[in-house]
Design a protein. Structure first.
Length: 206
């Protein structure tokens, strides 16, 4: 990071769901202090709600040509290219930029969407909390859903695993290998994907 602080403008009204452009409202600013490894909330200026935690992905969402005999609705995750494709049929797929598991946390396989959640809560596994504690990072036992939650605006749960396709409160990490195995999208993109996905849809991780 080029600076000790990364500033995200967070709409106070976002906890209830997606908010589109509207009248300017008073908002707070969530600042990540890298030196102390914690988020600090400060008073912010008036801006239009819905911008900030909804930072644009470095990879534009796009309908692209796609070859293969996959059923429409199938989700293909290319971890190497850091792209997610949702097959639309007729040789097309919607392509999204994603963040994937960092070294030592990558995986491959097939799962089905077992659950969908809006503004999901986050319960880090004990193993994760211990691992991060060794690095000087304290994780909560449980965090309610909201703009500060690392799972972001939506989550798609993969079978009986701990893995999810979810949003993020760090949109600048899309296109990187940064997670503990989950697949992350910007909140804007995960909301778009969430609206298309059904329980039982097949997910193939390559």
């Amino acid at each position: 990071m080029k600076a000790a602080f990364l500033v995200l403008v967070m709409a106070l009204t976002l906890n209830a769901g997606i908010v589109g452009p509207g009248p300017a409202e008073a908002e707070s600013v969530l600042v990540f202090d890298a030196a102390r490894n914690k988020w600090v909330r400060k008073e912010g200026k008036k801006v239009r709600p819905g911008f900030g935690v909804y930072g644009k992905s470095p990879v534009e969402r796009e309908l692209v040509p796609f070859e293969g005999s996959y059923k429409a609705g199938t989700i293909i995750i290319d971890t190497g290219a850091k792209r997610l494709y949702r097959v639309e049929g007729d040789g097309k797929a919607m392509r999204y930029g994603i963040g994937v598991g960092r070294e030592g946390f990558t995986w491959k396989g097939k799962q089905r969407i077992s659950r969908k959640a809006e503004w999901p809560s986050w319960t880090p596994p004990a193993e994760m909390r211990q691992r991060e504690a060794a690095r000087g990072v304290t994780l909560p036992v449980r965090m309610e859903g909201g703009v500060e939650n690392p799972l972001g605006a939506r989550a798609l749960y993969l079978g009986n695993t701990l893995y999810r396709i979810h949003g993020t409160n760090q949109p600048w990490t899309i296109g990187q290998a940064v997670s503990s195995g989950c697949i992350r999208l910007t909140n804007e993109d995960v909301v778009h994907l969430y609206q298309q996905v059904r329980i039982g849809d097949l997910v193939i991780v390559k």
